[in-house]
Design a protein around this ligand. Structure first.
Ligand code: DC
Length: 221
């Protein structure tokens, strides 16, 4: 059967990774979480203890090997052989990742790896610039979004389920700030591709969103 490239873009907390992982499993497609790649670069840089420097970070990004090992519940992430699945989700990484993702040479290194991963088709990739920059010819592009309130509430519930205390208003502020940084940066900003289908998941269940995307894939096959 024909295998296509599915690009899922959208703002932070819209459920892209949960949805893309499930759609990937249903289709037997490899799922690539490109946000995890920018987080991995950020993690690696923070580990050096050095001051923020675009050249240093760009060089790191070009040298590091990022690998995904999908498992039933998690998509495990490795940097140069070290598992970073949890380490790339800390508040410190989250607070610094937009700045790192705005560096041109970092994006260049990541896009190169992402295109290589997608060469054979049969992949679902989520991020901010997949339909606009990484795979402008993807057969299916979805722009997945939800209201800031809804996205903050989902994060809040996730944190509470993990036993972490958090402040809903603060989460909302952080998400809005990251949206702004990601949408207003100069290189490859978060933007809906002209030929992407807008899917607002504010009032949809996970299963409904997965089914909607599977229907779109079906139409393209
Ligand atoms: O999806 P996420 O929250 O894990 O992404 C982390 C950050 O990485 C996000 O703030 C923006 C950036 N990012 C990007 O610039 N381009 C992508 N393709 C994916 C993520």
């Amino acid at each position: 059967m024909k295998k296509i490239v599915v690009a899922i873009d959208g703002p932070a907390g819209a459920g892209k990774s949960t949805i893309a992982k499930l759609v990937g499993e249903k289709l037997g497609y490899a799922y690539i979480d490109t946000g995890a790649m920018y987080r991995s670069v950020t993690w690696k840089f923070l580990g050096t203890g050095k001051d923020f420097n675009e050249n240093v970070i760009g060089e790191l990004a070009h040298k590091m090997l990022i690998e995904f090992k999908p498992e039933a519940k998690v998509n495990r992430v490795f940097v140069d052989g070290t598992e970073v699945t949890e380490a790339i989700r800390t508040p410190e990484v989250t607070a610094n990742v937009s700045k790192v993702a705005a560096i041109g040479s970092v994006r260049e290194a990541m896009v190169k790896q992402q295109r290589r991963m997608g060469e054979i088709g049969g992949i679902i990739m989520d991020g901010r610039d997949i339909g606009t920059v990484v795979f402008p010819d993807a057969e299916l592009k979805v722009f997945l979004t939800a209201s800031v309130e809804e996205r903050a509430m989902r994060r809040y519930k996730e944190n509470v389920a993990k036993g972490q205390t958090c402040d809903l208003a603060k989460l909302k502020e952080e998400i809005a700030a990251r949206d702004k940084a990601d949408s207003e940066r100069e290189i490859s900003p978060l933007k809906q591709a002209g030929d992407a289908i807008l899917l607002d998941s504010s009032h949809m269940t996970i299963d409904e969103v997965v089914q909607a995307i599977l229907n779109m894939v079906e139409e393209r096959l």
